[in-house]
Every structure is written in C-alpha cells, then in structure tokens.
Design a protein around this ligand. Structure first.
Ligand code: 6PG
Length: 475
C-alpha cells in the first residue's frame, strides 16, 4: 500500500459515488474511498487498476489516509444515513477538516448539520450535485453552500470536476449554510416542471394519432432550436427505443405510474411557507401523484363522463408549432416561478443568491441543462433586481409571440378532455400576473362579510381599512 496521502476522500460507493471518484481521480487527484460494505470498496478499487485510488477497509484508516485539512465527500442516501456517517466521522476528524454532503439533502437538515459540525470546529459544505451517473463521471453541475472560506479551499477540486460551458465551470459558491442544497431542490422542482411539460406535449401528439417514432422526430428537431435541452433530447431518444422482445416502442410498454423521491414535494412545501406561486411545478408534482393512482383511475375512467379525445388528428397540421409554443411559454413560466421562489428565500435568509450565476451553472452538467438558461443569465446581468423573469424584454417578447399557440393548445385540450395541468397552470399564472384587476375585490367582500376582516378601497389611500355593515343572513 502506498503511503502517499490522498487529496480527497469519498464515502458511499453507489453509482453516483463511484462515478464522482473516477471524475476526481481523472483530474489528477489522489482519492481515498470507503464503503460500509468492505467488499464494495475492494471490488471498486480492483476494477480500476493503475488509478490513484486508496480503498480503506475501516473509517479510521480512511480518515488517516487523507491530507489535512481533510476533504471528505459523503454520497449516501439523503436523510438518516447522512447523520449516521457524520456521527461516525466526528470523533475521527480534526479542526478545520471539511465534510461535504453531495446528496439530495433537505436544506434545513444541511443547516442543522452545518451548526453541529461548526460546534466541533469542523467545516461543512452542503453541495447539490446534478447530472446523474453520466454527469458525475464526466462533469456534473455542482451547487455548493457553506462559508466562502471553505469554498475557497474546495474550489480547485470542484472547478476541475464540474462540467464546462464556454470555458466556464458549472459550479460556483451558492451561498452560506443550506443555500446549495436549497438551490438544488429548486433545480429539481424545475426538473419536474420541464418533464411534465414535455409529457403534456407528448400526450397531445398521441391524441393527434402520432406514433412514438413521429413524436421522437419532432422532439429531436426541436432540440436544434430554442427548446434545445438535455430533457428534450433524451425524450426524443427514449421515444425511438424499440423493445427487443415485442418490437414495439419501449415507451408504449411502460406503465403510466410516475415515481418520485420527494424533492419536488419539498419545493411545494417551501413555496407554500413563503407564499410564492409555483403553480407549474405544483401541477407537475400533482400530475405524478395522480398518475400513481393507476387503479383508481382505471375504475374512474369507466364511471366519470367526458369527451373522448379522439379527434385531434384533424388539428395535426398546426399542432406541432402550437405545442412548441405552448411548451416554450410554459417553460418560461416554470423558471419564472422557481426563480421567484429563490429570490424570496434569498431575501429572507440573507443568502444573496446570484440568480443569473445560478442559471449559468445550470447550462451544463445538470438534468435541466438547456440553451435558454443563457438568456436567463443575460436577463439578470442586465437587471440585477429583476422582479419577475417574464418582464425581461427577451422573455416578454417570446411570451407575446407564443401565446396564440399556447392558448389554442390549452383550449383544445380542455374541450377534448385531455389533461394538460402544467400548460394550463402556466397560462393561468401568466394571465393572472398580467391582470390589472382580479376578482379579489369580491373575495375581500366575502371575508369582511363573514369575519369582519376589513378591506381597502380603490377610492381611498392604501393602508386605510374599511368594514361594511353587511346584512344578516338568516338560515
Ligand atoms: C439530478 C436529479 C437527481 C434526482 C433524480 C430523481 O439533478 O441529477 O435531480 O438528483 O434525484 O432525477 O428524482 P425523482 O425520483 O424525484 O424523479
């Protein structure tokens, strides 16, 4: 065994962990690895001969094999497993060592762990890592949170392993405490929104009688235009995949029950706590929930009446362009909402999030990587205080020119009984936000009627509150 100390250590050799180790090692760093099951560590090191890897059989040996300050990344399942590893590590570490949690941890857990480690004189980074298996190996997008001084120590490693776009690494210091994991959570919420919007486009094309191969062609063509993104590309490729056994498209054989691990739901909970509207992401999470109730839906499909969405074929010539516009516009709304939530939390927590910078590090490596993220960066560079993304000239113009197709797609789907919850939630957000007057005057009257909650008047200065002596209702 070599006595050279390692530059970096990683605990948890599941797929993401293994690929990250290989990525870090390939950038010239020596890496120590540890897994709870020693055989996993041994097999992993044996499978990569000639690499600068040190497999440790014990946690003690792992810690001792690292140069100080130690840099230890934990890649285990979010939740109790992270706490368990930290508890085991604590007595073995020394002042200023750095522990990085690279899993999808809830940001409030990260804040708690940050405080716990700080009390022991240790440094903690909660880093969102996106990109799946391939991203971990070739270059993920990394969203590290924690003290800026700790970021400075980690920067060379993070910058060398992250994806690169236009010569810029897809990593930056996000902010203190739980900011990194928080931004990763929003990334995932937006990922849910993007995926659902794509599924709604697919659903309309299916109703128009298009085959998986025909729909694939549309998505792959869109991938050359303003919708270019990893998710559009993999959708096109997934639709082309043929099942070897049956000769049918694999997608046509997959049960329509969506799974989820919870980051989308966390995003909804956070939005509700902060009174920020994220209706597109909300619709996306709820669409997964409803899809998972397959057996109930099968029964209801026989009992509940509605139009049979069978005639969309007649609309097919215009549909591709209209659905493109509906998807593009709704995607802008989804990002608008995610950014609004980050802005609110940034102000509340004093994180000083750089929204343009965040969009920029999402351009590569991560699941939501897309051409149009560069436009978001430009919008925030032009106006740091941008209140709402839709108001930036570029997005305002896209929404203006997309809305006819967007409205027609939503109207068509509604009349045909075809669910498009994320398209329609996005359009309702757009129309609500641009309404000078909403029916909330009546709502205020109702509140004042039953609860004397008072209201402001349009003909009096804001901040003056009125109550009406409403008539008594006799049941
Ligand atoms: C990423 C992804 C990833 C996420 C999976 C599964 O950025 O690499 O967001 O972190 O865990 O996509 O998420 P669901 O199981 O909830 O769909």
């Amino acid at each position: 065994m070599s006595t050279a100390l390692s530059d970096f250590g990683l605990i948890g050799l599941a797929v993401m962990g293994q690929n990250l180790v290989l990525n870090v090692e390939s950038r010239g760093f020596r890496v120590s690895v540890y897994n709870r099951t020693p055989a996993v560590t041994e097999d992993f090191v044996a499978a990569h001969p000639g690499k600068r890897l040190h497999g440790a059989a014990t946690l003690e040996g792992f810690v001792q094999s690292l140069a100080r300050p130690r840099k230890i990344q934990i890649m285990v399942k979010a939740g109790a497993a992270v706490d368990a590893v930290i508890t085991q590590l604590l007595p073995l570490l020394e002042r200023d060592d750095i522990v990085i949690d690279g899993g999808n941890s809830l940001y409030t857990d990260t804040e708690r762990r940050d405080a716990e480690l700080a009390a022991h004189g240790l440094r903690f980074i909660g880093a969102g890592v996106s990109g799946g298996e391939e991203g971990a190996r070739k270059g993920p997008s990394i969203m590290p949170g924690g003290p800026a001084s700790t970021w400075d120590v980690m920067r060379p490693i993070f910058e060398s392993i992250a994806a690169q776009v236009d010569g810029e690494p897809c990593v930056m210091h996000i902010g203190p405490g739980g900011a990194g994991h928080y931004v990763k959570m929003i990334h995932n919420g937006i990922e849910y929104g993007d995926m659902q919007l794509i599924c709604e486009a697919y659903s309309i094309f299916r109703a128009a009688g298009m085959s998986a191969a025909e729909i694939a062609e549309v998505f792959l063509r869109w991938n050359d235009g303003d919708l270019q993104s990893y998710l559009i590309e993999i959708t096109g490729r997934a639709l082309q995949q043929i099942d070897a056994e049956t000769g049918q498209p694999v997608v046509d054989l997959i049960l329509d029950k969506a799974g989820q691990k919870g980051t989308g739901q966390w995003t909804l909970m956070n939005a509700a706590e902060n009174a920020v509207v994220i209706s597109t992401i909300n619709a996306a999470v709820e669409a997964r929930v409803l899809s998972s109730q397959k057996s109930e839906r099968v029964v209801a499909s026989r009992l509940l009446q509605g139009p049979e969405p069978a005639l969309l074929g007649a609309y097919r010539p215009q549909l591709v362009k209209q659905v493109h516009d509906a998807l593009y516009a709704s995607k802008i709304i989804s990002y608008t909402q995610g950014l609004a939530l980050m802005r609110t939390m940034s102000e509340k927590k004093g994180w000083a999030l750089d929204l343009g910078g965040i969009a920029s590090i999402w351009r590569g490596g991560c699941i939501i990587r897309a051409r149009f993220l560069g436009r978001i960066t430009e919008a925030y560079r032009a106006d740091q205080g941008l209140q709402n993304l839709m108001l930036a000239p570029f997005f305002n113009e896209v929404l203006a020119r997309s809305q006819q197709g967007w409205r027609e797609v939503v109207a068509l789907a509604v009349t045909q009984g075809l669910p498009v919850p994320a398209f329609s939630a996005s359009l309702a957000y757009y129309d609500s936000y641009r309404s000078e007057r909403l029916p909330a005057n009546l709502l205020q009257a109702q509140r004042d009627f039953f609860g004397a909650h008072t209201y402001e008047r349009i003909d009096r200065p804001a901040g003056q509150w009125f109550h009406t002596a409403w008539p008594e209702v006799i049941d």
